[in-house]
Design a protein around this ligand. Sequence first.
Ligand SMILES: C[S@@+](CC[C@H](N)C(=O)[O-])C[C@H]1O[C@@H](n2cnc3c(N)ncnc32)[C@H](O)[C@@H]1O
Length: 274
Amino acid sequence: MPGWFFPVDQAAFAWFLSRQTDAGTTGDLLELGAYLGRSAILLGDHLQPGESFTVCDLFDSEAPDSENSAEMAMSYRDSLTRRAFEANYLAFHPQLPTVIQAPTSVLADGRIRTGSCRFVHVDASHLYEHVAGDIQVARDALAKEGLVALDDYRSPHTPGVSAAVWEAVFDHGLKPVLLTPEKFYGTWGDADALTRVLLERDWRGEGFRMDEELIAGQVCHRLAKDPAPAPGPAPRSAAPQRSAARRLALDVLPPFATRATRRALRAARARRSH
Ligand SMILES: C[S@@+](CC[C@H](N)C(=O)[O-])C[C@H]1O[C@@H](n2cnc3c(N)ncnc32)[C@H](O)[C@@H]1O
């Protein structure tokens, strides 16, 4: 399915959400920016009885300002409809989430109950003004032990997201927990508790790379897929190995010259062996 939700984040979402469920932590799920449903479908896998899941996206409706409109035209317009999202979601789940087809700014009106969510994914507009508002929505929506995932916090083409994310860290108390190549995971609650949850899994043993970072006194971790190991030395074939000079001669010289080269090499070998 098209989308921008990659294996390392699929693993991180699944880990945090399932550990919350195992620990008896309940709460609603919220996604700002669903596109064709790639991340929403995984979020829906973790929905427990009694919890609700809300997605907010413009889909095929008008953006609220010209910059957002240009962003939509450039990135999503060709393929994106609410109907396509719903069909994709229903291919995996019997029931749709609550779908709010509108700019995410409408969520600031309090329709998401304060402190009701355990997980919020912010992945709608990537323009500073919008992301800053979306982070505020996430902050209000999240329960104390909740986690927010913020997309594209460090991509060259989304400096507005970086600005909004680090502003939230330095001015609004957001604590980093986990950084992947695409997403920033943080909390306004107990970052150390979430870090303990993160470290309960043997990420390295499962082909991930994990590094510890210290950012302005806050420990957080970086997680990425480990690159495939470099290939080892080529197995020795039964055929005798050619010297570099010989390989070069065979590659670049015309046939009559390589015949002469072969004769010269044979003569040199014969001289060495006497
Ligand atoms: C990067 S895509 C989301 C990708 C999706 N989460 C996934 O993993 O496949 C961004 C989405 O945000 C929506 N969007 C952009 N600006 C928006 C706004 N102001 N309010 C609501 N949705 C918006 C777009 O329609 C698009 O579907």
